[in-house]
Design a protein. Structure first.
Length: 134
């Protein structure tokens, strides 16, 4: 989660919230279509152990997010959002438009209230953007 802490610090420095999502991949897809099963087999031959690694990281992430008292960075888990959808993946991480729309809709549902809050804050106290050269 170190990269998330860096992103949080950057967002805080800019005065904006940070939203993070663990997106689906071929490794988290269940059940897989015939095409996705073929792609998973090809991926397993090209990078043995990668699928297990992705699943374990996701599992660890979910466990951390629900640990009582955890106050670290929040990451919304979307890894299973495509389960039950038709064939989605065209390779390990890229997918067809309809499946991208499912993910985008869920991200938008979380981002729209944040963007509305930021817009309201800016209307109350607008500040011009200033580019600073290093």
């Amino acid at each position: 989660l170190k990269n998330r802490r860096l992103a949080d610090a950057t967002a805080a420095g800019l005065g904006i919230p940070m939203l993070a999502y663990w997106q689906p991949s071929l490794a988290t897809r269940n059940p897989r279509s015939a095409v996705e099963s073929r792609l998973a087999g090809e991926a397993a031959r090209a990078a043995p152990g990668e699928e297990q690694f992705v699943r374990e990281v996701g599992s660890d992430l979910r466990a951390i997010m629900v640990t009582p008292g955890y106050r670290g960075p929040r990451i919304t888990d979307l890894s299973t959002i495509l389960n039950g959808q038709r064939s989605c993946f065209v390779d390990n991480v890229d997918m067809v438009e309809g499946c991208n729309a499912v993910i985008a809709s869920r991200i938008a549902a979380g981002a729209i209230p944040v963007l509305q809050e930021l817009a309201a804050r800016e209307r109350l106290a607008p500040r011009p953007f200033q580019f600073r050269r290093p």
